[in-house]
Design a protein around this ligand. Sequence first.
Ligand SMILES: [Zn+2]
Length: 308
Amino acid sequence: MLNLKLLGTAAGGGFPQWNCACSLCHLSRSNPVIVPPRLHLQAVLSGVGPERFLINASPDLKFQMESYPPLHPTPECGPRNSPVSGILLTGADLDQVLGLLLLREFQPLRVYATALTRRILEANSFFRMLQRVPGQLTWAELVPGQSFQIGESIVCTPIPMHGGLPYYADSLRRGGQALEDAPANIGLLIESGGRRIAYTPSLPQITGELQAIYNACDLILVDGTFWSDTELSQTHEGTPLARAIGHIPMSGLDGTMDLLRSVSRPQKVFIHINNTNPVLDPRSPERRIVEESGWRIADDGSEWSWNG
Ligand SMILES: [Zn+2]
């Protein structure tokens, strides 16, 4: 048994983004039936047993949890409880960790993170709200390549990714500490009952090793932040290129669809879609190219489930 549910699919800022009047954000505000709004990327994982695991903790987590009954507390278990047994962090970007602060109500939490992600969060005084009483927060260290079990049936293996630190944590690098061997950004290989999912929402490069991992999967969820390298800088002057901020664009030579052409076994799905990405409009030529190339754009609410 393996189940993965997406409660949001958007990159940082969500869709539409509060300060964005680009044609797509405008279209989503004026015609949400055709171009639906999207919450920040948030995944929920479950296997055999009642435990649920969050992959990252989005700024929209409160609404996402209330919209999904399997994450609700059960009255039979007493006044305070939660089926959430752990939170797996694939990075320390604000859109991946802000939701942790919403889970601060004295609830015991088990957070899986690399040593560097833990260091970044512990350097921020806000996160002390998760450690107000003994046993409130338990850390489990993620080490790239080292598999570990969650719940009764799921085995996870962190996939090393490179890429920079979040802007707010850059002082750790300026402090001269050696961080190159201890990534914050990782992917996750998730296995249960012979099924495999690769969860890679932030993809600065695609190595041969990663292609081999993808080819052994049933489902790959892949960084779909940008359609093109220049998309952000064309929409908002002075902003960086996609590759410069750790995201391979979907299209073009050496884009994700090009690099993963030969990966044919799994279902190939894009997640983490930025508000500037033209694939957000289901009528766009870019969306057609994605679908004709054997890919799919995930929706808020998309779900995959395997029994056995
Ligand atoms: Zn926009």
